[in-house]
Design a binder for this molecule. Structure first.
Ligand SMILES: C[S@@+](CC[C@H](N)C(=O)[O-])C[C@H]1O[C@@H](n2cnc3c(N)ncnc32)[C@H](O)[C@@H]1O
Length: 309
């Protein structure tokens, strides 16, 4: 398995995740972004016979990969400690509610190395591929979006989800280019960006533009907020939420959510007690050693909280 693990994705902050998340060997754990199953495998190692992992991923290829990875466990049928769901993690609470309260909820956001390296998914500007960028084959693609949205919408989206300083220029150039011919591939889009952004900012702009479009078409920020909120209804008292984010927009949502629910509120008639205790005053980040071994971990930030009421 070690070979496939490197090939699919190297799990980030693995030891830290397991230590923070697993508090009961017979608990229920939801891995909302199972990907290549790296985190889940380590969680599984810590579980007793009564423990369960419900692994979610919107990407059917991740689920298929995990079916192989956890074949031995899955073959135990009803006794299998892992179950896989090809669904969005925002549905995890409604799908698993009848199975019992959660002891832990893990979200390792963003894309896996497999998705980035697979040019036909269009997640990376470094390789020629279709302008897709969806986690699942439903809904509009990046191609639909960049060829249909008006200039103001495109500029706002690049600004909001990419914090891209050249957003207006890039949006204008996209609209001009598509009058000549529609943008079909990652390279078509990358070329438009290249034409308007000074060379020294190009690499950063390209990642921000692709990030912004990915966030928009997968509605990533709303999905994250909804899932965090829903998880409060499914976690047991003492249950933990652990989230690894890879850019400031996601991290801000997690930080604000934890803050909001860890404060007590007083109104005219009553005092509302906090529902969460924040376990990470500052986010946990990968060590220099981890970043050297896995450069894709460099922007990771882990935050965790415990449900207290
Ligand atoms: C960084 S990878 C997770 C890697 C995983 N922790 C591992 O150890 O291999 C993120 C995964 O989340 C999935 N994903 C992204 N958004 C999702 C969503 N809304 N619902 C379910 N899965 C999602 C992606 O398809 C991807 O496989």
């Amino acid at each position: 398995m070690a070979k496939e693990q490197v090939f699919y994705h190297i799990p980030v902050l693995l030891k830290e995740v397991v230590e923070l998340l697993v508090t009961d060997e017979n608990g229920i754990y939801v891995d909302g972004t199972i990907g290549g199953g790296g985190h889940s495998e380590k969680i599984l190692e810590r579980l007793g016979e009564g423990g369960r992992i419900f692994g979610f991923d919107k990407d059917i290829e991740a689920i298929e990969f995990c079916k192989e990875r956890f074949k031995g466990e899955l073959e135990r049928g009803e006794r299998s400690r892992i179950e896989l769901f090809n669904e969005c993690f925002s549905k995890a609470c409604s799908i698993t509610r009848h199975r019992g309260e959660w002891t832990g909820f893990l979200l390792d956001l963003g894309v896996s190395s497999r998705q980035l390296d697979e040019s036909r998914r269009g997640f990376s500007y470094r390789a020629v591929g279709p302008l897709d960028l969806r986690f699942s084959p439903h809904g509009q693609t990046a191609e639909d979006l960049v060829n249909a949205a008006n200039e103001e919408v495109l500029a706002a989206l690049l600004q909001r989800y990419g914090e891209e300083p050249f957003a207006k220029k890039i949006a204008k150039a996209i609209v001009q280019q598509r009058k000549i011919s529609p943008l079909r591939t990652t390279v078509d889009l990358a070329k438009v960006v290249e034409n308007v952004v000074p060379k020294k900012y190009l690499v950063k702009s390209l990642s921000r533009v692709f990030q912004a479009i990915r966030i928009a078409i997968n509605d990533e920020l709303n999905v994250l907020e909804n899932a965090l909120f829903a998880s409060l209804g499914c976690l047991s008292k003492g249950g933990r939420i652990v989230v690894i984010s890879y850019h400031s927009l996601e991290d801000r949502i997690v930080k604000n959510f934890f803050r909001k629910f860890s404060l007590s509120k007083v109104n005219e008639t009553s005092k509302i007690m906090p529902r969460l205790k924040v376990l990470t005053k500052k986010p946990i980040v990968p060590s220099k050693e981890e970043i050297a071994l896995n450069p894709r971990s460099r922007s990771a930030k882990l935050r965790a909280a415990e449900k207290i009421s």
